[in-house]
Design a protein around this ligand. Structure first.
Ligand code: PRX
Length: 648
């Protein structure tokens, strides 16, 4: 399978933005003279004060600093809305498809403008101004996009918390960025089930105390009854009636923060990744256009949630900056049936479809029938993101969903990178199932070995990026030192991605997965340390170690080794209790799939847990444990193998 190449079809090249020769020339130009390249492409957005400086970046240890277009001023909402009004005011900006297939609507750029201005005025009336943080805890409804753009319009900084996170996780994120305002909905709706968003906000604020959050703005989605705290809580529709739909877009510096997004790392609690204005928008828009080969009038659908970076860059900011038609979907792939994705494609004549391998794998289980009963004739480009796509899922996506007509762009990137760094371009790149292929313009991947030696030619190693690109994160909110430490200290002078990769003889990259203690569950990032700290907070648990293991649908599952306090009995009832505990503490995405009660964990003589051994046992691959000579108590391993949970 690995040798397989799918050549660029003539139809993919026709009308495409770039072919292979153009890609190569542009790439060469972008890395040989970044100032000239980005100086030119920085003009794809409108600037209220044009920039004269382009790149000012340093990856030098102790002095990491990333600035792009620094003396320019612009506004993201202006670029995503206002500048399109003259030419495409009546064109659809957002197609919203509800959880219920009978509910959908089209929002034009002119309507989007009015809605965003209104939302901005509601925020402004509550004291929100440039630089203030606003937390969004929203379902996938148009108001989520209005709220993001309303913040951007005022120069306020949004921090979205995925609606699947628990009240405790929400509380720590609200506190982390000291948001005085929270925007939410009464309830979310997913797969016919209600999600108690407002009640979760209430629980989060109860935990925080009353001195931080001053306003909670509640969008009515289901109309379900919720408690409203007088003076603090207001229904959005009532507040919106009090304001006009005119609100100027505040010009902000290119390096003014646009948003904070919390993401899991290998240690400690989630970090607030900070993205700024100018470089981020240029990069999101440009990658959206080239990677998806977006053309005027195309209907583009990214199935992500706005709670993740993919929703930020490729549902809202990239597409709208390009004047695109972007589809926003409230529901899930399996409701009311497993044909839903393809029915939505037919209903709205979707041309470009972007989803995650985990969704493909879960639908593959249902066979071709639910796909083949739909037409999908409108599809032109398919995209994948979030985790490595295994060749079987790739083939099914290509053959069954795309009827062998559509290129698959396997896009590798991260919350930290702001936009896609490695991906095929539809008219230019011969595909290899399972490979993210080649770097985007301006991106300089570098492979290093464990000692940091730069590898040449075909190789396997750790993936770094040698120089800055405009969409890169700028800092960890409130902790620049953690930013330097996390990303620039392992291999000094380079950005370290945390991913392992292989580079083949054609210079194609094959991402093999995280090499740190981050696991990727259904394309969602989870730090093993977070799950461990949740488990050890349980009164019966003495110690816990969490690792990932291969999972047929989720990509990786969560495997927890738990040592109980003396006198406690490990049984199925306690397993269930611990799963409920973690779900409640962090959220359903952190639920352990397998829990093994272990009398002891394998440690070195200096007391360090040997995770390598735990990973092997979780993978059911204990024949290859490697060097165990440093184990303090070899008998512990025998017991772990004996009682392993992941048996075929
Ligand atoms: O391990 C890589 C994996 O997802 C990680 C980033 O996760 P997150 O910040 O949540 O962003 C996900 C959406 C951009 C990466 O370090 N990953 C993402 N895309 C791919 C991937 N692994 C392989 N192939 C991909 N296309």
């Amino acid at each position: 399978m690995e040798g397989k190449v799918v050549e660029v079809q003539a139809a993919w090249r026709e009308g495409a933005h770039v072919d292979d020769a153009q890609y190569r020339a542009l790439y060469e130009a972008s890395v040989s003279d970044p100032d000239a390249f980005w100086g030119e492409h920085g003009k794809r957005i409108d600037w209220m004060t044009p920039f004269t400086k382009v790149k000012n970046t340093s990856f030098e240890p102790g002095r990491v600093s990333i600035k792009w277009f620094e003396d320019g001023k612009t506004n993201v909402a202006y670029n995503c809305i206002d500048r399109h009004l003259e030419t495409r005011g009546d064109q659809t900006a957002i197609i919203w498809e509800g959880d219920n297939p009978d509910e959908s609507k089209h929002i034009t750029y002119r309507e989007l403008h009015a809605q965003v201005c209104r939302m901005a005025n509601v925020l402004r009336n509550r004291g929100v101004s440039k630089g203030d943080r606003v937390t969004l805890y929203m379902p996938m409804i148009p108001e989520a996009a209005y709220a993001m753009l309303a913040c951007a319009r005022l120069g306020a900084i949004h921090a979205i918390v995925f609606g699947g996170f628990s009240p405790d996780s929400l509380a720590s994120r609200i506190q982390g960025c000291t948001s005085k305002v929270v925007i939410t909905a009464d309830e979310g709706l997913r797969g016919g089930r209600k999600v108690p968003l407002k009640a979760n906000v209430d629980a989060a604020i109860k935990r925080i105390g009353t001195d931080l959050v001053e306003h909670v703005i509640v969008v009515r989605r289901t109309g379900g009854s919720v408690e409203m705290e007088p003076g603090r809580d207001v229904y959005y529709d009532e507040a919106a009636e009090q304001v006009t739909d005119h609100c100027p877009a505040e010009p902000v510096e290119a390096e003014h923060p646009l948003f904070i997004l919390y993401t899991s790392g290998s240690t400690g609690q989630p970090k607030g990744v900070v993205h700024t204005t100018g470089g981020y928008l240029v990069y999101a828009a440009m990658t959206h256009q080239y990677v998806f080969d977006y053309r005027e009038g195309d209907v583009y659908w990214c199935t992500a949630d706005v709670g993740w970076v993919t929703g930020h860059s490729y549902i809202v900011y990239g597409p709208l900056a390009n004047g695109a038609i972007t589809l926003m979907f409230e529901g899930i792939p399996t409701y009311p049936s497993t044909s839903r994705f393809w029915e939505v494609v037919d209903k709205h004549k979707v041309n470009i479809f972007y989803t995650a391998p985990t969704a493909i794998r879960s639908l593959m289980g249902g066979g071709e029938g639910p796909v083949k009963k739909t037409s999908r004739a409108s599809l032109r480009v398919l995209g994948s993101v979030g985790e490595p796509i295994n060749p079987e899922a790739w083939e099914w996506y290509y053959n069954v969903v795309g009827d062998k007509r559509c290129p698959i762009v396997d896009t590798w990137w991260q919350t930290e990178t702001g936009g896609i760094l490695i991906s095929p371009l539809p008219g230019a790149t011969a595909l290899k199932p399972g490979s993210a292929t080649r770097p985007f313009f301006g991106v300089k991947p570098e492979m290093v070995d464990a000692e940091g030696k730069v590898l040449q030619g075909p190789c396997e190693g750790n993936l770094c990026i040698a120089d800055s690109w405009p969409g890169q994160m700028r800092t960890v909110y409130g902790d620049h030192e953690r930013f330097e430490q996390t990303y620039f200290s392992t291999y000094p002078g380079k950005y370290f991605t945390g991913d392992g990769a292989r580079r083949d003889a054609d210079g194609y990259y094959w991402i093999t997965g995280r090499v740190d203690d981050v696991i990727n569950v259904s394309g969602h990032r989870m730090g093993t340390a977070e799950v461990e700290s949740s488990l050890v907070a349980h009164p019966k648990v003495a110690e816990a170690a969490v690792v990932g293991y291969p999972h047929a649908v989720k990509g990786q599952g969560i495997y927890a080794y738990v040592t109980l306090n003396d006198g406690e009995e490990g049984d199925d009832a306690l397993r269930k209790e611990l799963v409920v505990w973690v779900r409640k503490d962090i959220g359903p995405i952190a639920s352990p799939d397998l829990i093994q009660f272990a009398p002891g964990l394998p440690k070195t003589r200096s007391g360090k847990i040997m995770r390598r051994i735990l990973r092997k046992i979780a993978e059911d691959d204990f024949g290859a444990l490697g060097d165990t000579s440093t184990l303090a108590e070899p008998a512990v391993v025998e017991d772990l193998i004996e009682n392993r949970q992941n048996r075929p």
